[in-house]
Design a protein around this ligand. Structure first.
Ligand code: ZN
Length: 414
């Protein structure tokens, strides 16, 4: 065994030194800093018995050929949000690299199955508002026509930004080739939430990524003078919206992992002397169970109609975006749980609220699982994002253990 989790922590610090400033990580996809991170990563591959290439969507592939063409994929992303943390995405890549090194050493350059490490392009979508770009090209779920005309805050189109990095969006479909022989996908990630810390557990097993229903809700009442209009005769659109803002806590509260958020509320005319005639709200609902998600959506709609009528208003809904829940592979969830327990003595199963590249891989029909390592204070996408070093080291060892178990499973399945 040559696994060296301390080396992963040291490399994470090296990457931070190279690509962060006083506000945090600046590895925004398709920028010079991001490319610098990728070049630095390439220097870590020197001397390894691997093949290295970028695919048609800019995903960064490292392949260690095995005795079998059947392939275990290990993934992560070197890109970050602006002012991001030092672990989100890069832990996955550098832990994966350590696992790949271990396989290369232990099996003298030829493990029983092929091992491939992928650094997905533009996981965060921070610049163009389109997350999971590279992995969606891999999965064949990309939306080239809609994406190429997206612009960043300076008006640069996605198409132009990618071309600058040598990527032509018309060629995205070719990234699907990388799916050949993929038998399983594993991804380690920081939790980015407070659950594992609260339970006092270093590691958790991710059951899947939650489905999302995201809607705009507009209540219509009647603008009226705040002094002249008696309370009983008002059509107050804000009152109806306010009732719904509280009711969504009951709607989500019936289910252990469900969440509902009313994140934005605008009132019109929005002046101190007028009853609110129109109120525009947003609602974001998430759960791992499609039935629960559908029920919450229905209940929120019914409640909005009830509150609208109580306040003599009307209500209209419009869908902003949605995605179905993506549960991970049940047997791989088992393997991940075993690995976490063997390394850290405990484990907890939890769904992921944030989306991850693993969701796109799973959608492509490849058996997938993710492992979470505890995040301190549950904070991420922030320069204060952190995880205890001993937990980082455990997570590398657990990813390695999961890789071994998955390779055994791939071999047995043939
Ligand atoms: Zn991430």
């Amino acid at each position: 065994m040559s696994l060296n989790p301390k080396r992963t922590v040291a490399e994470l610090k090296e990457l931070r030194e190279l690509t962060a400033d006083e506000n945090g990580a600046q590895r925004l996809a398709w920028t010079d800093v991001w490319q610098k991170a990728r070049k630095w990563f390439a220097t870590k591959l020197v001397g390894l018995p691997i093949e290295h290439h970028y695919d048609a969507a800019g995903n960064n592939w490292v392949t260690l050929r095995g005795a079998s063409e059947k392939t275990l994929l290990i993934g992560g992303h070197l890109d970050s949000v602006p002012n991001g943390g030092w672990l989100d995405g890069s832990l996955n890549v550098l832990a994966g690299l350590e696992v790949l090194r271990r396989f290369a050493t232990e099996f003298k350059g030829k493990p029983p199955v092929t091992i491939r490490l992928v650094d997905w392009a533009d996981e965060e979508g921070a610049r163009f508002g389109r997350s999971l770009l590279g992995s969606s090209a891999f999965a064949g779920t990309h939306s080239i026509a809609a994406d190429r005309v997206r612009t960043d805050k300076d008006g640069v189109t996605m198409q132009d930004a990618l071309r600058r990095c040598g990527i032509h969006m018309d060629h995205f479909p070719e990234a699907k080739k990388e799916r050949a022989n993929a038998a399983a996908y594993i991804e380690l990630h920081i939790e980015q939430g407070p659950v594992l810390e609260k339970l006092g557990l270093p590691l958790g097993v991710v059951l899947g990524t939650k489905g999302v229903e995201r809607h705009g809700i507009t209540f219509y009442g009647q603008e009226a003078h705040s002094g002249a209009t008696p309370m009983k005769q008002r059509k107050d659109a804000l009152a109806a919206a306010a009732k719904l803002a509280l009711e969504i806590r009951n709607i989500a509260g019936k289910h252990s992992d469900a969440v509902c958020t009313m994140g934005s509320l605008k009132t019109f005319p929005g002046i101190v002397t007028a009853v609110v005639g129109r109120c525009e709200a947003t609602l974001d609902q998430r759960d791992l169970d499609a039935k629960v998600l559908a029920q919450m959506f229905r209940e929120a709609q019914e409640a909005s109609k009830r509150f609208a009528s109580e306040e003599n208003c009307t209500v209209e809904w419009s869908r902003i975006w949605n995605i179905e829940p993506i549960p991970f592979h049940p047997h791989m969830v088992e393997l991940c749980e075993q690995a976490a327990r063997e390394i850290s003595g405990g484990s907890h199963r939890l769904p992921s609220g944030p989306l991850h590249d693993a969701a796109e891989v799973s959608r492509a029909g490849i058996p997938t699982v993710m492992m979470f390592v505890q995040s301190l204070r549950g904070i991420s996408h922030n320069k204060i994002e952190d995880t205890r070093e001993e937990h980082l080291e455990m997570s590398v060892a657990a990813l390695d253990r999961l890789a071994t178990k998955t390779v055994d499973w791939i071999l047995k399945a043939n």
